[in-house]
Design a protein around this ligand. Structure first.
Ligand SMILES: [Zn+2]
Length: 261
């Protein structure tokens, strides 16, 4: 598997350097993730695949991955637009739907669709069994952890299950939507699992000390956090609390949280 990375030309406060999309070349080029429709991205797609992609497979509905789909269809009307459904977020794009276990054919072999929810409910990864490599969207990103938007479709329990699922496949390389290619995805997955376990211990300790709100727990755990990052930290703490509630270890009511014993 030798995809051509194509940058979506969308740097910004939420996307960092911006998104990577990947073109798998051939007679039936397949583009993974749609970017945001920037002209520079469309030109790069056109340079790599003059007749346009036969299929655009979108890893999830977040706008930096999906919102460029209509612009791609606008330039290449035959391009198929495909993703796992998330009806509240999919807008009026005529998506063809993908399900877990589906196969995507490319000129470099077939990709298996892995439903990997957690960062979003519709998130998929694409597994190339032949090379044990995987397109991971926002499931993994070097140099940071992945944001779990607990109030808008994120689930830490599901995310951890998705990491475990990927871990069992022992991938040797992962192509992420943000940041450089991940040459040792297993090390990153182990780091992520450890990191979340440590965070959970911190949240449990804060609850045990009587801290009851997301804000108070966040202040305890995230010291020296830039003000602009506070909303994301709140969501991360909430993601832990919701997970603990699902495991009957904590209980939340009226935005006040307590340990369950
Ligand atoms: Zn995302």
């Amino acid at each position: 598997m030798k995809p051509t990375p194509l940058h979506a030309a969308n740097p910004g406060p939420y996307t960092g350097d911006g998104n990577w999309t990947y073109l798998i070349p051939g007679e039936r080029p397949v583009l993974i993730d749609a970017g945001v429709g920037n002209a520079a991205h469309l030109d790069a797609i056109g340079a790599a695949a003059p007749a346009g992609p036969a299929d655009v497979i979108v890893t999830h509905a977040h706008s930096d991955h999906a919102s460029g789909a209509p612009a791609i269809r606008g330039r290449w009307p035959a391009a198929g637009l495909t993703k796992m459904p998330w009806p509240e977020r999919d807008g009026d794009v005529p998506w063809q739907s993908l399900a877990d276990g589906d196969t995507v054919m490319t000129d470099s072999g077939s990709l298996e669709v892995l439903h990997t929810p957690g960062h979003s409910p519709d998130h998929i990864a694409l597994w190339h069994a032949e090379s044990r490599t995987v397109f991971v969207g926002d499931l993994l990103q070097l140099g940071t952890t992945v944001f779990i938007p607990a109030s808008s479709g994120g689930s830490l329990s599901e995310y951890l299950a998705s990491l475990e699922r990927l871990r069992h496949l022992s991938p040797v390389r992962a192509w992420p939507a943000h940041g450089p290619v991940i040459e040792d995805p297993m090390a990153l997955i182990h780091y992520y699992l450890d990191h979340r376990r440590q965070r959970e211990e911190q949240v449990l300790a804060a609850l045990a000390d009587g801290l009851a709100t997301v804000e108070a727990i966040t202040d305890r755990i995230y010291t020296n956090l830039a003000q602009a990052l506070l909303p994301m930290a709140h969501e991360s703490v909430l993601a832990h609390l919701v997970k603990l509630e699902g495991e009957s270890k904590a209980r939340g009511a009226e935005a006040l949280w307590v340990l369950r014993r």
